[in-house]
Each structure stands twice: as C-alpha cells, then as structure tokens.
Design a protein around this ligand. Sequence first.
Ligand code: PXP
Length: 237
Amino acid sequence: MTQLSVNINKIATIRNARGGNTPNVCQVALDCERFGAQGITVHPRPDERHIRVTDVWELKSILKTEFNIEGYPAPAFINLVKSVKPHQVTLVPDPPEALTSSAGWDTVTHLEFLKEVVADFQAEGIRVSVFVDTNLKNIEYAALTGTDRVELYTEPYATNYPIDREKAVAPFVEAAKLAKNLGLGLNAGHDLSLENLAYFHTMIPWIEEVSIGHALISDAIYFGLDDTIKRYKKQLE
Ligand code: PXP
C-alpha cells in the first residue's frame, strides 16, 4: 500500500506571514493524521522561512504516524535530524536559498559524500531516502550510497502529464523498475496532484510513499482538509 505523507511547509508559511500561531502547524499535522494521512513531511530550511527548528521538535513529540524530514545535509541539518530521530530523512541537493527542490542528486559526483551521510543517519536508526531524477545512472549510484530508498523527483512527470501522460510516465516506470531491481525502496514527490496522482500510482503501484504539499494544501482551500486527504488517498487505492 502506498502511504500518503503530507508536506506541511505551506501551513508554516501562512503562519509566519503574521507572526502569531495561526494556523497552528502542530494542530494541522495532528488533524492530517486524524483525517487519514499516514505521514507528515517537513523541510526545515536554514532561514526558517516556513518550518522552524522548534516545529520539528514539537512535531516529533506529538506525531503518531511516520515523520519524514527532508533537506540538504549541511552540518546543522545533520545534527538536528540525528537528535530528533524521525522515521525517515530525505536528502535533497537544493542550496539554502532555493525556493523549492528543483532537481535530484547527481549521485555520481556526490557518491562519497552521500555514502558518508547515509551511513551516519542509518547508524542512528533513521531510514534514508535520496531524492533523484530518472537518470538511470543516478539510480545506480544511489544504490551504491547504501540508501534505503530513493524518492523520484516527479516535477517533469507533472509538467508533461497534460500533454502526453504515457510519454510523461515512461522514464519514471523505467527508473522505478531499476530501483526495484537494485533492492531500493521507492518514494515519489513534487507537483503530484489530484489530476496526475492516480495514473502515476497505477503505472508504478509498488511506490511506498508519496509526499505531497503544494497541491494538497491548495485543494484544501476548496474541499477542506479532511475531504482533500480522503480524495488523495482514494487516488492511491
Ligand atoms: N519531495 C521533496 C523532496 C520536496 O522538496 C518537496 C517540496 O518541499 C515535495 C516532495 C513536495 O512537493 P509539492 O509541494 O510540490 O507537493
């Protein structure tokens, strides 16, 4: 069964716009769980423009489902994740000032660095996922890092879906098959939505987890959070 992890960065962005505690990030996370989400994802950035370090600690103490922390493995991020000990850490290669993650790792170039970081987290009992595109070489080298899973960067799929969904998904199916053959677990995320999620899941049903933020929180404006989460879960049946 594919798990839905809700990325709640956007909730923190709205909260931070006014400096108070509305909406309450932790309460929203608990409500996501109550409405059926099987995990919560956050991306604490060095400038704390959405999720703050204090959010990460508070979430760790209250969440009952899978906690996934994503980010660039700079020393401060590594120390935070190793102290908080979430179920999973997702390593993304984005620089601190990036608006959002916009590429997977070049695992060939960064093999030795990733090997070290992956082993460091695994020694603390934290499952590791490495964010990658569909370049097969990057998947092959991701396996050499020792990571438990890879997360496929789905933005190109989402962008091309309305033009030709079969063509859009083809490289992802190939990459997902290679990951499976290499013994890697599989996650996916970025720009997945109610429009494109079901087809992606039908074509790659062995995905373990999708992490979805922007579209899901946007849909919640119209459908409400409870209904929206149920709609996303229905796409994964
Ligand atoms: N996966 C990773 C690694 C991400 O960085 C993000 C964005 O924070 C997502 C998934 C979720 O993307 P979206 O907000 O487009 O659903």
